[in-house]
Design a protein around this ligand. Structure first.
Ligand SMILES: Cc1ncc(C[n+]2csc(CCOP(=O)(O)OP(=O)(O)O)c2C)c(N)n1
Ligand SMILES: [Mg+2]
Length: 274
């Protein structure tokens, strides 16, 4: 089978398989919100971002911050498959003393730009990074991924206000709009609607896309790059647990690892020879 973006689609299958295998081996972790973000991270790391896996600290690099740090498995898989470290490390997720801890650690893992997990803080840090790049006249871009439950945090809105105030057009945020958070739908836990109007009123350029469609993701990233004087948020409609039938849109898969049998079913469904 071949189509536009077929290589990226193949990588996305591999990343989904990694997420399932890693969390099963760990016996814990967050598959649902990792699976919903696969296409966004794949597009950034394999196509869009100006990065060098052999020089993770190169000054001119673009940066990605996983503000919803619990989705660490998707970040680790993409970093490994892109060459920041070898994929054999993935299976040691969450093991005592291993490099890949439950939430990203910027001091322990090549390619991790910010330690995250306390919701809202990574976004705030990304705003600081974008401001620093502007002040230093660097041409790099800063990308950040927020969860839709995450934006319940007050710190998010303080940072959003600052990003607009400082006209941080080098900052592109993604909202992983999967409709669910830790223990229920957003509407029940803390309603975020109308989410587009909220960001617009904070001074952001707002785009809305299907977060599993590579073409839509690239178009939106390019539009963000062309937008001057404003940061952009790409509200990406996604499915929590995407790709595994029994995980899709199920809140229970937020922070639960698959059993061996569930892993086998999931890997079979994902298919492919990868
Ligand atoms: C400050 C803070 N409060 C609470 C938590 C616990 N927590 C972890 S994930 C999560 C829900 C996040 O939902 P969402 O952002 O929608 O994530 P996704 O659906 O993408 O997995 C919560 C409340 C946390 N990590 N940090
Ligand atoms: Mg969510």
């Amino acid at each position: 089978m071949s189509s536009k973006f077929q290589d990226l689609k193949d990588i996305a299958v591999q990343v989904r398989k990694d997420i399932i295998s890693m969390t099963t081996a760990a016996g814990s972790g967050h598959p649902g919100g990792s699976l919903s973000a696969v296409e966004i991270l794949t597009a950034l790391y394999f196509e869009k971002m100006n990065i060098d896996p052999k020089k993770p600290d190169w000054e001119g690099r673009d940066k990605f911050i996983l503000s919803k740090g619990h989705a660490a498995p998707v970040l680790y898989s993409v970093l490994a498959r892109r060459g920041f470290f070898t994929p054999d490390k993935l299976i040691n997720l969450r093991k005592m003393g291993a490099m890949l801890q439950g939430h990203p650690d910027m001091k322990g893992t090549p390619g991790v730009e910010m330690s995250t997990g306390s919701l809202g803080q990574g976004f705030s840090a990304s705003v600081g990074m974008a401001l620093a790049s502007k002040l230093d006249n660097r041409k790099n871009r800063i990308y950040v991924l927020l969860g839709d439950g995450e934006i319940n945090e007050g710190i998010v809105w303080e940072a959003a206000m600052a990003a607009a105030h400082y006209k941080l057009d080098n900052l592109t945020a993604f909202l992983d709009y999967n409709g669910l958070q830790i223990d229920g739908p957003n509407e029940e836990v803390m309603n975020i609607k109308p989410v587009d109007e909220k960001w617009r009123s904070f001074g952001w350029n707002v785009l809305e896309i299907d977060g599993h469609d590579f073409e839509a993701i690239f178009n939106a990233i390019n539009k963000a790059e062309e937008t001057k004087e404003k940061p952009t948020i790409i509200i990406a409609k996604t499915v929590k647990g995407k790709g595994v039938s029994f995980m899709e849109n199920q809140v229970g898969w937020h922070g639960t690892a698959p059993t061996e049998e569930e892993m086998e079913q999931a890997l079979k469904e994902l298919g492919g020879e990868l």
